[in-house]
Design a protein around this ligand. Sequence first.
Ligand code: 6GU
Length: 239
Amino acid sequence: MKLDVVTIFPEYLQPLRAALLGRAIDRGLIEIGVHDLRDWTYDVHRAVDDAPYGGGPGMVMKPQVWGEALDAVCTERSRLVVPTPAGRPFTQAMAREYAEQEHLVFACGRYEGIDQRVFDDAARRMPVDEVSIGDYVLVGGEAAVLVMVEAVVRLLPGVLGNPVSAEQDSFSDGLLEGPSFTRPEVWRDLAVPDVLRSGNHARIDRWRRDQALERTFHRRPDLLDRLAGELDDHDRAVL
Ligand code: 6GU
């Protein structure tokens, strides 16, 4: 998979080369390009923004600069992802969909956003998604790109040591993951639940499912509503 990021803060994307993602690059599983938007400016000030039509506070990023940048970075096989608090919510389902793409291009806006015509124009040639990572406002899209790239890349074959762990995580079955324990058996007077040391794997699986259901009920009841049709009688008895 090829990933490209266009930003006015290329240094902000350095974490893409660290840890799990860095290993994926070294092993040739992904290729990451980070591009400075100002490389496509031609004036002495390297201006990327201008005052908004219609007035109001803040600045809007200029279409000519973004247009040239995306012309250079995108191909007819690209998918353009635009991080914005005004976007559709990023979900695990979208991470799975992006993991199937051959080329993702992330366009990081700052200030009050990017001239809308940049996306309307790009959409004539490729899929364009305006995506939000949550109901809060960031200064720019860079941190959101780090979040989305990590969510996508960990799903690529060969990136995680143990592929089962990707499948068992929170959200893959629509529930939050329950608690985990390791040795010692008792720590600061707190014991590991007996069932986990019983060796009875049917009981352990059932207990884990119950914990996941209870945790989801308390922390994310909205997720349970969506799952209603898939719960069996035992599940419903727990809730
Ligand atoms: Cl994707 N971008 C920005 N700038 N703020 C956000 C966001 C994205 N998601 C939530 N807040």
